[in-house]
Every structure is written in structure tokens, then in C-alpha cells.
Design a protein around this ligand. Structure first.
Ligand SMILES: Cc1cc2nc3c(=O)[nH]c(=O)nc-3n(C[C@H](O)[C@H](O)[C@H](O)COP(=O)(O)OP(=O)(O)OC[C@H]3O[C@@H](n4cnc5c(N)ncnc54)[C@H](O)[C@@H]3O)c2cc1C
Length: 432
């Protein structure tokens, strides 16, 4: 029998669950607080260019992302490109795009390099990730790579993504990261191939929305859900301002702490399990420039800089997409209460551009066409020790209320492929 289902959140997770339910014949309504769909994968305008608010690539091995993109009719619009990786350390920029360059990499001695290479190879072959949840990433990497390599390479890289929270993060985090990077090289070709869809996620989302519309899905934008309550006959009321609507089931895809606030009937232990999920946030700048800064898609940084990495999207994406300009992302991963969230966009722009000037003497800020800042306090859950044992249950004690989000990605990093897989698994479990 077809159901009347509400989904809170029009990110890739909510959209994919909506697609599956609508294909089964359910009546689906998606409530999204923002002015557009897509959540972390949404797009915005920078200069005259419409592109992703946060940098996104697809790997050849991203079968779930590619499956959805195919279903919405854009498979032929994927572009696959071999990219280069840079490494900025001790004030110098090095290419680290192949084994030879890695072996030449001057900042590490030969023994350290061999141990580092062996660590990455070992992690790529290891299957039992659950064992790694019991040991901190610092202990594990120090044991495998040695103290010096940990201090010189691993600690700055971990701090770049996790801040001081790297100290409580389990080794499963680095295992999942290495597995994903290895998958990029192991999909038939031994080269690292990164992909994007022509037009970026703006186009993917436009097609996604069209497909959902054709299946009768209603997407309600500017609709921040404030409360969710059960009715006496087992249905669920969704409250948005003065409006209440009744559904057979509701799926919340928002961050765990938001979900805890929305459902007052959750038990204290359910609430605790949701609010215990610790998130990492991001301040991510998009810079549109007239000139490139490097040939690298990703530049990893181990020195102290105002941002924690550089992603030069125009080293991957055809510059025609950017009107002949270059698009560079400067992410800074921070804890949700970091003082950076209080800085104005102008202050962030000054800091970040000064950082670029220091790193690249040829960089000239007069080449900046536009600069925009995205701030998100809850981006991905930190995989702390024994994380999988404390993950909140997807099925709550409130009848027909489900909470599913990135906290339920257990042995992966946050990416659209994991998100789409989570949606397929949730739907496949036949909970709704
Ligand atoms: C900087 C960055 C780089 C990334 N790079 C890549 C990459 O290279 N490749 C890749 O595959 N993936 C990448 N990702 C990850 C990818 O963006 C995510 O996996 C995916 O977008 C998560 O989707 P989601 O639906 O789970 O969550 P979200 O996108 O966060 O969606 C949740 C939605 O819920 C809405 N919401 C919250 N509260 C309410 C409420 N009360 N009422 C109504 N709506 C509400 C939010 O507005 C949001 O739209 C990146 C992410 C970031 C931030």
C-alpha cells in the first residue's frame, strides 16, 4: 500500500531516499529549510559562474553516485581527467603526483619515505576496519610510520582536517581516507582519474529535481521544520511555523543534534546518543581568479597557513565552465564553536588572500574576480574511538520517525557516494 512520506532535508541523502520511495509509488514531500536543494552539494553564483559551494569530485569507483547520475540522465556528461597533486611543506611546493615524485620528495629521508609508503600500502590492503576503531589514529600511524614521519607529515595533515580533535579520532578515519584514494587509482586504470559532471552539481540537482517532480514529489523550500510529533493513531505531525501536516512516516536527514531538538518525544538515551555525535565544521572560501595559481587539483599543506588545503577546481574542470577564469577553494576545517565562525567574510578574505600571497609570490590579488565564503558548523561526524558501537539508531522509539544522516557512515569518509549508498541501504532495509 502506498504511503504518505515526509523527508526533512533536500541534500543528496533526502533526494535519493525520495527518489526510491516515489518510484515505489509513495506520495513524497521534502521539506528544506534553505532557498535551494542540495545541502552541502548545492551551488551558488561566484562572479558570473554558477558552481558548487564546496569542491566536489567523483571517482571512477563511486558506483552509487554514478548510478544516480545515470538514472537522472546525465551519465554522458561526466568528464574524467587525470589530475596532479601538490605538497606544500617548509615553504616550498612539490609535485607528489606519482611514485617517482614521492621517492624524490626532499623533506623526508629515504627510510621515512619507505615507512610512509609501506603504511599507505598496508592500510590500502587491510580489510578489518573495526579493529582500527580501538586505537587512536596518532598511535597507529606512529607505530607504522615512525615518530618523525608522524610529526612531519601525518600530524599536520590530520590537524588540517580534524583540528585538535585528531587526538580523539580513531585509526579508522585514516584507513577510510586511504581506501578512497586507493580506489581512485584502482578502477581499472592505474592513474588517478577524477570526474565531474558538465555544469557541476547545479546541473545534477536541476535534473534530480525534474526527475522527482515527474514522479510527483513535492519539494518545499524555505521550510524549516520546527517540531515532529506522533499522533494517537500512529501517524506523524510535522510542524513548520503555524502549519502542521500529517504523514504516515517521516525521515530526518539533518545533523543528529538538530534531529534531537526536533523530536521532543525521543527517550533521554536516544537524545544523548544523537547529541553525543561530535561534528567537524568548515569555513570554505571560493576564489574566482583571472590567473591560475598552480597545476595541482589538490595541494596538501603541512605549514601553518590560514586555510588547511588548496583545491584548484580549474586544474580539473574545463576553464570554459568558468568563463575562462580559474576557481580555487580554500577550506579551513574547524570545530563548530571555532571563533572563525564569528569573523566577517571581509576579514576571512583578507586573511586567506594574505596566506596565498605568502605561499605563491606570483599571486596578485588584483587578479581576484570574486571571493565568497561558506560557513557550515556541522559537516561530518568525527569517528572517535569505538564509534560504530555508539551510533544512534536509525529507527527511533517514536513510531514511524527515522533519523538517518552522515553519522551512519561507519567505514567511509563523507562523500556523495557514501551518502547515496546510505540512502540505498536505508530504503533497502524496508523500514518505511
Ligand atoms: C567542503 C566539502 C567538500 C566535499 N567534497 C566532496 C567531494 O569531493 N566528493 C564527494 O563525493 N563529496 C564531497 N563532499 C560531501 C558531500 O557534499 C556530502 O556527502 C553530501 O552532500 C551530504 O548530503 P546529505 O544529504 O547527507 O547532507 P546535507 O547536504 O547536509 O543535507 C541536509 C539538508 O537538511 C537541511 N535541513 C537541516 N535542518 C533542517 C530543518 N530543520 N528543516 C528542513 N531542512 C533542514 C539542510 O538545509 C540540508 O539541505 C564534500 C563536502 C564538503 C562540505
Amino acid at each position: 500500500m502506498s504511503k504518505n512520506i515526509a523527508i526533512v532535508g533536500a541534500g543528496f541523502l533526502g533526494l535519493t531516499i525520495a527518489l526510491r520511495c516515489a518510484q515505489r509509488g509513495d506520495a513524497v514531500t521534502i521539506f528544506e529549510s534553505a532557498s535551494e536543494i542540495g545541502g552541502l552539494a548545492s551551488a551558488w553564483k561566484i562572479g558570473d559562474v554558477v558552481w558548487d559551494k564546496h569542491y566536489h569530485v567523483t571517482l571512477l569507483s563511486d558506483t552509487f553516485t554514478r548510478g544516480v547520475v545515470k538514472e537522472i540522465g546525465l551519465e554522458d556528461d561526466f568528464r574524467w581527467v587525470e589530475t596532479k597533486t601538490g605538497f606544500y611543506t617548509d615553504g616550498s611546493l612539490y609535485s607528489m603526483s606519482n611514485t617517482l615524485e614521492f621517492l624524490r620528495f626532499p623533506p623526508l629521508g629515504l627510510i621515512s619515505k619507505l615507512r610512509l609508503g609501506a603504511t599507505i600500502f598496508y592500510a590500502s590492503r587491510l580489510k578489518d576496519w573495526k579493529q582500527l576503531e580501538k586505537i587512536t589514529v596518532e598511535e597507529w600511524l606512529t607505530k607504522l610510520s615512525g615518530k618523525r614521519t608522524f610529526e612531519k607529515m601525518w600530524r599536520p595533515l590530520l590537524k588540517a582536517k580534524l583540528g585538535d580533535a585528531y587526538k580523539e579520532t580513531s585509526a579508522a578515519f585514516i584507513w577510510a581516507t586511504i581506501q578512497r584514494m586507493y580506489a581512485a587509482r584502482n578502477s581499472g586504470l592505474k592513474k588517478e582519474m577524477f570526474g565531474y559532471v558538465r555544469g557541476g552539481y547545479a546541473r545534477v540537482l536541476e535534473h534530480f529535481a525534474k526527475n522527482l517532480e515527474e514522479l510527483g514529489v513535492s519539494i518545499k523550500l524555505y521550510s524549516r521544520i520546527e517540531r515532529i510529533e506522533s499522533t494517537t493513531d500512529g501517524q506523524v505531525n510535522i510542524i513548520n511555523g503555524d502549519t502542521a501536516s500529517t504523514f504516515d512516516a517521516v525521515v530526518l536527514t539533518c545533523p543528529s543534534s538538530v534531529a534531537a531538538d526536533l523530536v521532543p518525544e525521543l527517550t533521554p538515551s536516544e537524545r544523548e546518543s544523537l547529541t553525543n555525535v561530535k561534528y567537524q565544521g568548515i569555513v570554505c572560501a571560493s576564489v574566482l581568479t583571472k590567473t591560475p595559481i598552480s597545476e595541482y587539483y589538490v595541494t596538501n599543506i603541512t605549514d601553518e597557513t590560514p586555510f588547511t588545503g588548496i583545491i584548484e577546481m580549474s586544474a580539473l574542470v574545463d576553464k570554459k565552465e568558468f568563463g575562462g577564469n580559474h576557481l580555487i577553494y580554500l577550506p579551513k576545517y574547524v570545530e563548530p564553536d571555532d571563533p572563525m565562525f564569528e569573523l566577517s567574510d571581509d576579514e576571512i578574505e583578507q586573511r586567506f588572500l594574505s596566506g596565498l600571497e605568502k605561499m605563491y609570490p606570483s599571486f596578485d590579488r588584483s587578479s581576484v574576480v570574486d571571493f565568497k565564503v561558506s560557513k557550515v558548523r556541522q559537516v561530518f561526524p568525527l569517528p572517535v574511538l569505538n564509534y560504530s558501537g555508539s551510533v544512534p539508531s536509525i529507527k527511533t522509539s517514536v513510531p514511524n520517525v527515522f533519523v538517518v544522516n552522515s553519522a551512519h557512515i561507519l567505514n567511509g569518509t563523507l562523500n556523495v557516494n557514501e551518502t547515496a549508498q546510505l540512502a540505498e541501504n536505508f530504503y533497502g532495509a524496508e523500514l518505511i
